[in-house]
Design a protein around this ligand. Sequence first.
Ligand code: ADP
Length: 637
Amino acid sequence: MTVQANQESFTFQAEAAQILDLMVHSLYSNKEIFLRELISNASDAIDRLRLELLAQNEVPEDDGQLEIRVSHDQEARTITVSDNGIGMSRAEVIEHIGTIAKSGTREFLQALTGDQRKDATLIGQFGVGFYSSFIVAERVVLTTRRAGLPAGEAVRWESDGNGEYTLEMIEWPVRGTEIVLHMREGEDDLLNGYRLRSIIEKYSDHISLPILMPAEPTDKSGDGPDKAAATELVVNRASALWARPKSEISQQDYNDFYRHISSDFSDPLAYVHTKLEGTYEYTLLLFIPSRAPYDLWLPQSRQGIKLHVQRVFIMEDTGQLMPNYLRFVRGVIDSSDLPLNISRELLQGSRVVDNIRTSAVKRVLKLLTELADDDPAKYATFWKEFGAVLKEGVADDYANREDIARLLRFTTTKSNADQADVSLSDYVANMKEGQDKIYYVLAPTGAAAASSPHLEAFRKKGIEVLLLGQGVDNWVVSSLQEFDGKKLQSVAQGLSDFGALEDAAEQEAKEKATTEYATVLGKMKAILAGKVWDVRMTSRLTTSPACIVANEPETELNLADRLRGSGLPRQSVLELNPNHPLVERLNHNPDDPRLAEWAHVLYSQAVLTLGARIDEPAAFVARLNDLLVALVDAEAT
Ligand code: ADP
């Protein structure tokens, strides 16, 4: 690129060139989206101008219409998109246009899969919209003047997308941004008014601002008095989608609108669109996405609700309108009862906002309940993407706990493969006769839960157990405590308590063993003092020799311990299986000099099968090897 005398030249970040290259190649099959992206940016810029003016209690300086213009010039081979929105200062151009995707870039590059189709759908999520211009343009010239700055402080940015751009301060008569795309060779099909108009109708009809295009020769010039002057036409419907009657909105309109507000390329799973008229009047249009955004688990994850007051965009929600456990919901809430110049601080104590939030949450939970009932396959997708987030609601939202509990899905000992396909209602419906509790096992991972020795007797008796392996599950069970009148009970806590399911013969065998093993149990308890609270016999195990359980009534594996990483209950009890040969052997010779080694090895094994960490792995290995050497020696003699 040749640099003029008054131009300065800059290079993009290293990653930018990579993104541009990827974009041009992988988005090519969908090249027309560049127009949607530019119009979307123009619409945001006008929203931001309106907001700034509201905050300052001013009207636009030119008092004119706020609008977006799209035109083309076949001879010059250009397409121009302009808006009279907020514009950018020189520093803003460098920050927003010179730095592709800012903070999102790294996450974006990490998220890349190598599959071009998938990668293309990722692009929108990471805020690289403007750069989609380079799919069709070999050179882009952006001219912008920040609202409030004088004509002499406009900026011209220019780039061919090959790693460098230039900046130049220029005179520009109007506020806002103009983007001129110099089209690549072979893109002539886009240099056509009808084509551009149909792209706008397809992707940008929901934009609530007028999008103007020059009238084509065949356009009727309207019936109004200024017939002759109709050189420009509004080509979109230019009304806020959520304010239109539902009967006039197609599924496609909803999907396009969702994409516009969510930067997600895929269609939403479900939506609710409703107008409430009571004490307060407001409209909700809320969507459940079909996949998690990249920042769902980042501390600063984006909230997805845009608050409007009488159709004017006011601000993005920061938690006042949607609780954190529903942070994946995207959409618009439009109130008629809030002042246009409401600030974030005022939102906090507002009765109107509380009222809206309460009913918005209820609507979302109802939508999810309907989805679960009517379309289990879609609900399974939802659960896979957002289930762990929704679980937070059991602890966070006392008022709606029951409804949220009904929405939970679990993997259980009876699940298909390791799918989370069992609801608590399913569980209760399938309870065995005489069963009065909902059993669960809690472990650091799903795999550790599924292979826990605590399940052995439950498997044998055919009693279903919920397998809980996510960090949040701890909160779920400690907040929920019961469902449908049935207590939630850990299978690794307290005495093995099958209630009415208890087998009399087993009970007897356990008691008999306790008497027989009294001496050994006493010695082992002394050996493991400080590590375990008690050592006892159990009917819980069928194949493993030992397991760790939590002493009643302590909540097992409590959160603090988990976070510290030991994963052990504070009051651990070592339970032994009297029918296991290793345990039987202990009783052959209560004076066995190796009893201490056996005790430690059985304890460490039990800790490991819990999915927890043993304190001294080297000591465990040394003891185990000693016992193996003794075995080898015994065999040799
Ligand atoms: P995104 O819109 O997802 O943030 P873009 O790359 O499309 O990503 O735009 C980057 C930033 O550039 C925008 O966030 C905005 O600050 C600024 N910008 C883009 N287009 C315009 C415009 N027409 N008017 C004012 N600012 C704009």
